[in-house]
Write a protein that binds this ligand. Sequence first.
Ligand code: HCA
Ligand code: CU
Length: 381
Amino acid sequence: MSFETFSIIDTTLREGEQFAAANFTTEQKLRIAALLDEFGVEMVEMTTPCASPRSAEDIRAVLNQGFNFLTLTHIRCHRDDVLCALETGVHGLNIVIGTSPQLMQHSHGRNINQIIDLASEVLTFARSQAPDIILRFSTEDSFRSDEADLLRVYLAVAELGVVNRLGVADTVGVALPSQVFRLVEQLRRLTGLDVEFHGHNDSGCAIANACAALEAGATHVDTTVLGIGERNGITPLGGLIARLYTLNRDYVSRYHLPALPELDMAVALYCHLEIPFNNYITGASAFSHKAGIHTKAVLTNPSTYEALNPDDFGLGRQIQIGHRLTGWNAIRHRAQQLGLNLDDEALRAITRLVKSCADSDNISLQDIDRLLLQEARQCQE
Ligand code: HCA
Ligand code: CU
């Protein structure tokens, strides 16, 4: 298990740029990078400089800021891409080539032997050009690839002795956690190299798969802010943090958690989206308590119904009281917040009133406050 020691490679500025609603300006990229730096991710992956002149300038702009994270760029398995990427001065190259039958046939047209030859040539070339750079080799669509083919490719690449890290990619989001565990465990055992996991969320397993990769010894996990990426995206940064925090708070203590809400908000804003209501940690209802039984317990001790403490993220909790499920403990808590000293009988009567009003209409917090104030005045008279 590598929960304590793994690194996050945030790829909001590469995979995230491939999200339908993302079209970041240079200023926006710099802001996202600054927040990722504040949060403390270890690496940031950026769009290939071969994509457009602006893409190359943006890599340089991020490098110029001297952030703490290492800056990587993601390139195809081509000599020209290597040269173009090295010109920017990045710290690492993430090189990828498809190995599934689908990608071999419809994307690059090479067979497994040709893939091995090409990877060997390009990786050896990259190492000769940049002796100190971090070199990663990944197979795109690893989980629809033939397992024997896949291992041949990885072992041939490992044998070259020029790469620092191997990447495993669940490109179309079909892998099960058990499959991810098995592949990552094999690669770690057979090659001893660092292993990165990149998982899409098409069938809802992106966080579980990242967690399985870490259980199997993965050293790096790819994330994006809010999980944005191709189609419905990849492992979200906040979701991965929630997953690890609830296993053991110490697993995320190296990150500055209060930067997360600002990151989610910035990316939502730049993509003209709302943060989804059910988002991990920063969704509007992530720390909202409603039913009487829940609110009573949370008011006594929040951990009864909170696996994550919102304070750790600079957030608060909401106790909802204007509905038919409300309990008198929650109404009493509201009265106390308003500085009103009402006896139990009065509080129970107001609770009954709130419930019956809520049965037929919306009742707002102001309505409840008014009822409590009226009652307090009557008691004084
Ligand atoms: C892509 C594919 C990729 C690459 C992942 C990796 C994927 O959009 O280029 O390099 O590890 O999901 O396979 O994002
Ligand atoms: Cu991807």
